[in-house]
Design a protein around this ligand. Structure first.
Ligand code: MN
Length: 205
């Protein structure tokens, strides 16, 4: 992805059918090509007439909202959040077998007891998101781990956490395949986690 304006939708890092039968081809086509791309396009549209913001990275756009005029603040926050969250979400899945690094495994065991317990608590947290949002495995400043939920396209970055692993529980993430059965989508999601990517985000924090 470009570091700054004009942003582009990064290509899906696997084939559209790679996550079948857990995440369907049609779901990935709509979610990545339509929903993700619309956040990218809307963010570019809002920034187009504001060259003073064209050198800012997504992280800077998300963490400096007080720098923007009030009439732009919410749109930039929503669209930049949508771009950032979707980039992390799609990069956090794979059809390859992966496992957490030793460093991440230790932190997970310290916080939750085991990887299975972490995943099951993350699913439970994701079930509590009312309306649209995400559940996240995130790191505190001291490297300890926590689970948080965010609404709409809010991001853990703006809350001073390092985002490690999101699960998108907007209905657009699962409705085509699972309809109202968010629990079924969450069960499948944990089968396609890219632990290599999550471990890299943890070690780079
Ligand atoms: Mn989404």
């Amino acid at each position: 992805m470009n570091e700054h304006y004009p942003f582009e939708t990064p290509p899906l890092p696997y084939a559209y059918d790679a996550l079948e039968p857990y995440i369907s081809t049609e779901t990935l086509q709509y979610h990545h090509d339509k929903h993700f791309t619309s956040y990218v396009e809307n963010l570019n549209k809002v920034l187009a007439s504001r060259p003073e913001y064209h050198a800012m990275s997504l992280e800077e756009l998300l963490c400096n909202s007080e720098a923007f005029p009030e009439e732009l603040r919410q749109s930039i926050f929503n669209y930049a959040g949508g771009v950032y969250n979707h980039a992390v979400y799609f990069a956090s899945m794979t059809n390859e077998p992966t496992k957490p690094s030793q460093e991440l495994t230790d932190a997970i065991e310290q916080a939750f007891g085991s990887i299975d317990a972490c995943i099951s608590q993350m699913k439970a947290a994701a079930m509590t998101v009312f309306g649209s949002g995400y559940a996240w495995l995130a790191a505190n400043k001291d490297g300890s781990l926590t689970l948080i939920t965010t609404r709409n396209q809010d991001t853990p970055l703006s809350l001073l956490f390092t985002p490690l692993l999101p699960v998108d529980v907007w209905e657009h993430a699962y409705y085509l395949q699972n309809q109202n059965r968010r629990d079924e989508y969450l069960a499948y999601f944990s089968d396609v986690i890219n632990w290599d990517a999550v471990s890299r985000r943890y070690s780079a924090r």
